[in-house]
Design a protein around this ligand. Structure first.
Ligand code: SF4
Length: 252
């Protein structure tokens, strides 16, 4: 078995641009401190490295209308992103996976194989699962022992098949209300816990600093979509220094 596979290569369901989905960690597992050992999945533009894509806005093909992407502009002939509040540092794992993909190290997953059998899987370690067809994820999850997944595209009629396996990412209490009324469970990020506290029906993510990081996602698995569990999840915004600086600016 390879450590990583291409599980989809084709048009983005969000804007038709070329994307690739790569699942990694089949042999080595994940060293991510928040998730614990899970198969990780990266949704990437196949023709633009993820750092450039964030800077020039072509990350819309894999993240859609997510509010955490920030805004892009050309300044002195160079593409720049400002105000990004996404917790994913694309210069780390996503860029490493993109470069490895360009070096050709990932084989295409042979039809009928279930490489995640008995493993836990994270849908959209980077990128929105809604950018790829739902059957790609349903196949990957075959015989798996649990998963987590999140989508900002929950309002789109085309992606309702993901409701059973993904949480709706909510950026406000109003978002959460709307998504829950449509049958989604929500994962709500609060930019300011004092002004925007946890609501009735929500539980604090046990991997958060506020909960004492008492569980990893692999141990918790609460974020598996509308099937199985009840209740929604709340977490104060988290991320590195630059992200938290932008979070504080947005919350002010
Ligand atoms: S609630 Fe559980 S599965 Fe969801 S992000 Fe937190 S630790 Fe991970």
């Amino acid at each position: 078995m390879a450590n990583g596979y291409i599980i989809y290569q084709g048009a983005s369901a969000l804007d038709g641009a070329p994307i690739v989905v790569i699942a990694t960690g089949f042999e080595s597992g994940s060293t991510n401190r928040k998730t614990g050992s899970m198969v990780q999945t990266y949704v990437l533009r196949s023709d633009v490295d993820p750092v450039s894509a964030v800077r020039n806005g072509t990350d819309a093909s894999i993240c859609g209308n997510c509010t955490h992407r920030g805004t892009t502009a050309t300044i002195d002939g160079q593409s720049k992103n400002t105000g990004r509040t996404c917790y994913v540092n694309v210069g780390q794992g996503a860029l490493a996976v993109y470069r490895a993909y360009k070096r050709g190290i990932y084989p295409t997953l042979p039809k009928g194989q279930a490489p995640a059998s008995g493993r836990k899987v994270r849908l959209g370690t980077y990128g929105d699962p809604a950018a790829a067809p739902a059957h790609v994820w349903q196949s990957l999850l075959r015989d798996s022992s649990g998963h987590t997944g999140y989508t900002h595209q929950w309002r789109s009629p085309q992606i309702q098949a993901l409701r059973s396996i993904c949480m709706a990412s909510a950026d406000s209490a109003a978002d959460a209300d709307e998504a829950q009324s449509q049958g989604w469970r929500t994962f709500r990020v609060s930019l300011d816990a004092a002004k925007d506290p946890m609501l009735k029906g929500e539980s604090l993510c046990p991997a958060s600093a506020e909960a004492g990081k008492k569980l990893t996602c692999a141990q918790c698995l609460a974020c598996g979509g509308a099937d199985g569990r009840r209740g929604s999840i709340y977490i104060p915004a988290h991320g590195g220094f630059a992200v938290m600086t932008n979070v504080r600016r947005r919350a002010a």
